[in-house]
Design a protein around this ligand. Sequence first.
Ligand code: SF4
Ligand code: SF4
Length: 110
Amino acid sequence: MNDYALLVDYEYCTGCHACEVACKQEHRIPAKKPGGIKIIELIEELPGRKLDITYFPLLTRFCLFCAPRVKRGLLPACVKHCMAQCLKFGRAEELAKKTPRKRRAVLWAR
Ligand code: SF4
Ligand code: SF4
């Protein structure tokens, strides 16, 4: 899976946790155990006592890019179930070309 990567474009991540649930269901991971992806919530206080919330999908060491699904020609479970289309899976080289144009994005490779 070295040629593949997952682009996390978290600008529009709503923190819905669907990716976490999809990962645990796909890999039969109990709800309380860590899965392949975790949503980190960052709350920042802005001038005027306004709060800004950022949701950041973090890939953990348990993520193996859904190798069995990808071998069958399917997308990783988290990518398939993200309605906001924050997650993109593909060839690392192609995704790396798109990353610098994104304002809030991280490219994960294995
Ligand atoms: S790629 Fe697969 S293993 Fe990795 S976080 Fe997504 S669903 Fe979980
Ligand atoms: S990455 Fe997608 S599925 Fe996961 S919390 Fe963000 S919006 Fe929801």
